[in-house]
Design a binder for this molecule. Structure first.
Ligand code: DHE
Length: 517
């Protein structure tokens, strides 16, 4: 009898395909879960469920698993998994979850927690200039270092939620900062007191945050669920949850949300529907001109609004979804691209429609764009994730006036009013250890720094006065290098765990032209 059971089991084992569901789940757990979470609801990487993957199913998904995804942390698995395993994994990811949890106002509220030891200071607890604090996001061990911008002393180092992405946002007075992680947590930190205030999970898979001009509201752009969550900055309570559904009824992911300070609004880049949304952060938002599709819905979500017109939505129709934005310094015009497209579209926010377009192939990364005056004309520059160039665009004529050839595709750009240079790192390829220094007038590379051969050198931030430039060695045993921004000589090297972005309070709250917002 026992022998018969063994033979049947053996037969079953041979008859069952090599990749039964439990095997695929093990492959998923071993290779994918550390970034995308065991639940598939996303962590450092996006949620791997039908709702998030959208059209990226079947062979497209297999190609991404095999070869990785340019410009992201997604590496290829072709050397680790067999073709059969990759196919099975893609099929597994296409299967719906038994239940996709919603993320309701109650769910969000249940995650809100506060630091019991927090005591708000009445003045900064450190001697340095609170406006010259620079935060360093250390993704190596999910911490933020609070750097004194004059002495470069680390005043505090606090733990953040898992996988912070995008720039932290400062309150207009520079006292508080809000940090967001890809899995939707928002953390509030008091710089004066050097202490966390509290945190809340505003989404399951989130993109970035924006703070309103008056500092009262914080918007969280979500991929999952398809919502924009607006929190009160005061106590992280929910002020509004906006379901993001296009005019044709298509639910859409929010690629990013931006503050348009002069307009008193949030502007949303939508990934799945050809619309741009503007959400009023004051009853006096605008200006607007006639001729746009404009709706002030008074649905259930709006019932939480405390003032008439607050959080009202304006919807601008565009020809195709635009998921990456850059704003002119006066926030009158928005330049948008579709990552898969080859042109940029200029949308005037007053009239609410397209006013120009120009060719811009090679996956420009407009979110990193910066502006400056070059020989009297206002220009913006953007790196490209797919091409070894920086495009420089005249903001009056909307013409690409120069493509500066670099040693590889870049990701971030930075400058400062008090420096004649733009700092542009090579982020991809064999030269990712190089940092180009570009003259703002001649638009030529005048020097290429190579401070840590073989290591990724990326992302620059300036001190408040523009005297020093801080550059990351983007490695787990990395560092922030402090350069004299005039002589381009290294003056300090501060050890850090995979430092990514760095954010100076003054440069951020004054919307310095040299920094992306
Ligand atoms: Fe980012 C900012 C989108 C991948 C590090 N990134 C932003 C912003 C957007 C964006 C819209 C501006 C938001 C803000 O600051 O409020 N990033 C995207 C993508 O669509 C992309 C290509 C794919 C993705 O997976 O989301 C992407 N980004 C990455 C990375 O792989 C990086 C290098 C590492 C990481 O942490 O994920 C990365 N992104 C950053 C950083 C900023 C950022 C450090 C803030 C830059 C700044 O100076 O303000």
């Amino acid at each position: 009898m026992i022998q018969r059971i063994v033979s049947i089991s053996l037969w079953l084992a041979l008859a069952v395909p090599a990749l039964a569901e439990p095997d695929v789940i093990v492959i998923y757990r071993d290779n994918c879960a550390s970034c995308h979470a065991e639940s598939r609801l996303g962590g450092t990487g996006p949620a791997l469920i039908q709702e998030s993957l959208g059209r990226m199913m079947g062979p497209k998904l297999e190609a991404v698993i095999a070869n990785g995804r340019p410009a992201t942390q997604m590496e290829g698995f072709a050397d680790i998994l067999s073709a059969e395993e990759i196919t099975a994994l893609a099929a597994y990811l296409a299967t719906p979850l038994d239940t996709v949890p919603g993320w309701t106002a109650d769910d969000i509220a249940a995650t809100r927690s506060f630091n019991a030891d927090y005591k708000p200071a009445t003045a900064p607890v450190f001697a340095g200039d609170p406006m010259n604090i620079t935060l360093v996001v250390e993704t190596g061990d999910h911490h933020v270092s609070v750097l004194d911008g004059d002495s470069f002393e680390v005043l505090d180092r606090f733990a953040t939620p898992f996988a912070v992405h995008g720039g932290p946002k400062f309150s207009p007075d520079g006292r508080y900062v809000f940090v967001m992680s890809r899995d939707g947590w928002v953390q509030k930190y008091d710089i004066w007191s050097l202490a966390e205030v509290g945190r809340v999970r505003a989404g399951l898979n989130s993109r970035n945050i924006a703070i309103s001009r008056d500092g009262k509201w914080l918007a969280v752009a979500n991929y999952l669920p398809r919502t924009l969550t607006i929190l009160s900055t005061e106590d992280l309570s929910i002020a509004n949850i906006r379901q993001v559904t296009g005019l044709d009824g298509t639910p859409s992911r929010v690629s990013a949300v931006y503050q348009a300070p002069q307009r008193d609004s949030f502007v949303l880049a939508l990934k799945d529907t050809p619309e741009i949304w503007e959400i009023a952060t004051s009853p006096d938002a605008g200006p607007y001109h006639d001729g746009f599709v404009h709706s002030f819905e008074k649905g259930m979500e709006e019932s939480l609004a405390t003032e008439q017109g607050l959080f009202a939505r304006r919807c601008i129709k565009v020809a195709e979804p635009l998921d990456d934005f850059f704003f002119t310094p006066d926030y009158t015009n928005l330049i948008g691209t579709n990552r898969t497209g080859d042109k940029a579209v200029v949308i005037n926010l007053i009239v609410g429609r397209e006013v120009a377009e120009f060719p811009l192939p090679g996956m420009p990364h407009l979110g990193s764009g910066i502006t400056w005056l070059s020989q009297g004309r206002e220009v913006m520059a953007t790196p490209h994730l797919n091409e070894a160039v920086l495009s420089v665009i005249d903001l009056k004529t909307w013409k690409v006036i120069k493509q500066i050839k670099t040693l590889g595709p870049g990701f971030f750009l930075r400058s400062h009013d008090n420096t004649p240079y733009v700092w542009s790192g090579v982020f991809f390829g064999p030269n990712r250890d190089k940092m180009h220094i570009i003259d703002k007038d001649s638009l030529e590379i005048v020097k290429t720094l190579d401070p840590a051969p073989g290591k990724t050198v990326a992302h620059t931030e300036f001190t408040r006065d523009g005297k020093y430039a801080l550059v990351s060695i983007w490695e787990d045993d990395g560092a922030v290098i402090v350069y004299d921004a005039a002589t381009l000589k290294e003056v300090r090297r501060l050890p850090m765990r995979k430092p990514s972005g760095k954010y100076n309070v003054w440069n951020k709250i004054t919307f310095s032209a040299g920094t992306s917002h």
